[in-house]
Design a protein around this ligand. Structure first.
Ligand code: NZQ
Ligand code: ZN
Length: 403
């Protein structure tokens, strides 16, 4: 659908003149049906001894484990399974110990974002003498990492094509990230066939995560035409493909579009050249996950519409109006604010259609730890530099509105 500019003040917001950026994702990306077949060729130059990291067993139900056995017959594979969602730092330490003791050459992660994230941290922790949580608290302590190959089986995080990983510490009630260039996988394999078995619940959570990644990059003080255009295109694809994949998990077209959208949504491309991105919903969701082990995308589905309503103003409405008109094929409207509000309502309707939770109460979350969560958010994130600066009280208000 053709997008109409509703306002004349949009030009102030679209400015590439004052920005510089450097972009070189070192990850080789293999996308499409049977792209898994490239695995031996990818691994060959990296070594023989492989740590295979996976989760609670989905790889044994979606056909990929059998395929791996066939493809890795010439490699010496040490298995490291049972990585849980919101991966714990204890798993990272355990994985790194195996790599150190058994002289592992490379790590192969096969699974969702939690598996890939855990594997990234294992790669770095292998070269760190101490508790891997130190690396989380101070990312500059990452000095070297084993090569990582990521085979992603869930369209959500985009972890296969970025250099971040989210890690939890149940002892301290924290969930934080390591973000370091050494954590880019050497190669990423995105074979949509292996996402067929993703449950409706995780498919929906994935849609919410992809959309949130886009909106986090979109919610900035200053953007540019290309960044906003990429955001609109990828979010639109996530909406269409996400609904179709939710309705029919074995729809290849839907699964492949969703997977490509998830890869593109979180590798910083959609936000290139913009001003500071605060990632406010992710900050708050990580705070919730630290206490309640929330499913990442579900937490975001609850927080995102509330956050958008909280920050929406006459000033930023034109950009939202334009974005949502494209993403949700909304009819032409003349009032930017009303159009933006209609877009947020369309987002809520989408989440409702995907049976995502609407409130924290549905996840049995109460206000008990809101103060602690807000403190954590303000300590480790920079919400004061976002599109609309947020302080501690704003975080608590958003959480309360989400109850
Ligand atoms: O554990 P298994 O048995 O593998 O089952 C998983 C898990 O139960 C299952 N699953 C994965 N692939 C499947 C499948 N089930 C059937 N068929 C398949 N093909 O799905 C469940 C959820 O998996 P998980 O990996 O936890 O989900 P997701 O991919 O959403 O990852 C969430 C984690 O990634 C972090 C989140 O914070 C969270 O810890 N994130 C990582 C990011 C990054 N590295 O860039 C960015 C994100 O914003 C996010 O923070
Ligand atoms: Zn996310």
């Amino acid at each position: 659908m053709a997008v109409t500019y509703f306002s004349t003040n949009y030009q102030r917001s679209y400015d590439l003149r004052r920005t510089k950026f450097y972009l070189l994702p070192p990850t080789r990306l293999f996308f499409g049906k049977e792209s898994i077949a490239s695995l031996p060729t990818i691994l060959e130059p990296l070594g023989r001894k492989v740590l295979l990291v996976y989760g609670g067993g989905s790889i044994k139900h979606n056909g990929i484990y059998v395929k791996l056995k066939e493809l890795l017959s010439n490699f010496n594979v040490v298995e490291f399974g049972e990585v849980q969602s919101n991966p714990q730092i204890s798993m990272v330490n355990a994985g790194a110990k195996i790599c150190q003791e058994q002289g592992i050459d490379l790590v192969l992660a096969v699974g969702g974002g939690s598996v890939v994230d855990c594997a990234k941290a294992i790669c770095a922790a292998t070269f760190y003498d101490g508790d891997a949580w130190d690396l989380v608290l101070d990312n500059t302590k990452v000095t070297k990492a084993l090569p990582l190959v990521a085979v992603i089986t869930l369209a959500a995080t985009g972890s296969e094509y970025d250099c971040g990983c989210g890690l939890s510490n149940s002892a301290t009630h924290q969930k934080m990230a390591i973000i370091h260039p050494l954590l880019f996988p050497v190669a990423a394999i995105c074979d949509p066939q292996y996402t067929y078995t993703v449950s409706k619940r995780q498919t929906a959570a994935g849609v919410a995560d992809i959309i949130s990644h886009i909106l986090e990059q979109f919610c900035v003080k200053e953007s540019n035409l290309i960044a906003d255009g990429l955001c609109a295109a990828v979010m639109h694809a996530a909406v269409i493909a996400g609904k179709e994949a939710y309705a029919d998990g074995f729809n290849y077209d839907a699964r492949s579009n969703m997977l490509w959208a998830s890869t593109l949504a979180c590798n910083s491309l959609c936000g290139m050249g913009t001003s500071f991105q605060a990632w406010a919903c992710h900050a708050i969701e990580h705070g919730l996950a630290a206490f309640y082990n929330t499913t990442h995308g579900e937490g975001l589905a609850i927080l995102t519409p509330i956050y958008l309503r909280y920050v929406l103003s006459e000033d930023n409405a034109p950009r939202f109006a334009k974005l949502f008109a494209h993403v949700f094929d909304l009819p032409y409207g003349k009032n930017d604010l009303a159009q933006a509000q209609a877009g947020i309502k369309a987002l809520e309707d989408l989440f409702a259609a995907l049976n995502l939770p609407r409130t924290l109460s549905e996840l049995n979350i109460t206000a008990t730890y809101f103060e602690e969560i807000a403190t954590e958010v303000m300590t480790h994130w920079h919400l004061d530099q976002g599109m609309v600066p947020l302080g501690r009280e704003d975080v608590i208000k958003i959480l309360k509105r989400a109850l």
